[in-house]
Design a protein around this ligand. Structure first.
Ligand SMILES: *Cc1c(COP(=O)(O)O)cnc(C)c1O
Length: 224
């Protein structure tokens, strides 16, 4: 088994190579280490190797793991990347540095209320269902423009970018390119796209954040 430190080094090298191949500045792609389902010790091993940015998809799991770690590692950052229930919005606002999974008006309202209550304003990414898949979270493509206007202009939420999970089958690159075009049209700087299996393709299409889990921490023992 590869150690977490060694796996992180390999992923960082692959990110650097893809960034160079894409003629993009070194350091323009951030690695979000997706630690969901992995124990605190795995996060600690990544921290010891210098990784500070983590992604979790369940608020409760993150709340169990992160506050103690953050006390010891103040530079640590947490992205909530998973589908978010409205009744967890305030907890997500309280714990996250970035919420990547904003995808419907009721959740936007709940996040706005959570921000008013807690005084915290984590950056938000709008998740787009780039494949318009029935079973997947995310704003349908045709509604993305209107949803961005609602969340940014009407609700005044701190939306800084977009996130997507392309269909499991087929070439993800056209989906990444489509999301990059949407971000450019709306002047959004952050593009969270690419996972263990496709992060290099995402970097070619402009990802600023890649979310890599199993390639760092190993195959998950149970589904998320
Ligand atoms: C689990 C997860 C990832 C990481 O997936 P891997 O294939 O393990 O790299 C990335 N993004 C989201 C939203 C996830 O839920």
């Amino acid at each position: 088994m590869t150690s977490i430190a060694a796996a992180l080094r390999i992923i960082q090298d692959r990110i650097a190579e893809a960034t160079a191949r894409a003629n993009r500045p070194l350091g323009s792609v951030a690695l979000v280490a997706v630690s969901k389902t992995n124990p605190t010790e795995a996060v600690e091993a990544a921290l010891a190797a210098g990784q500070l940015l983590f992604g979790e998809n369940r608020v409760q799991e993150a709340a169990g793991k992160f506050p103690a770690l953050r006390a010891a590692h103040p530079g640590m950052r947490l992205h909530i990347i998973g589908g978010l229930q409205t009744n967890k919005a305030e907890d997500a606002v309280a714990i996250a540095d970035v919420i990547e999974s904003l995808d419907r008006p009721r959740l936007a309202q709940a996040i706005a209320a959570g921000m008013a209550k807690t005084g915290r304003r984590p950056d938000l990414l709008v998740q787009v269902n780039v494949g318009d898949e029935a079973q997947k979270a995310g704003v349908p493509r045709a509604e993305a423009d209107a949803f961005l206007r609602l969340t940014r202009d009407e609700l005044g939420l701190p939306v800084t970018g977009l996130m997507c999970i392309p269909p499991a089958e087929g070439d993800p690159r056209p989906h990444f390119a489509w999301l990059a075009g949407l971000a450019a049209r709306h002047g959004l700087a952050v593009l969270s796209m690419g996972m263990s299996g496709d992060f290099e393709a995402a970097i070619m299409e402009g990802a600023t954040h890649v979310r890599v889990g199993s390639a760092i921490f190993g195959a998950r023992a149970y589904p998320t």
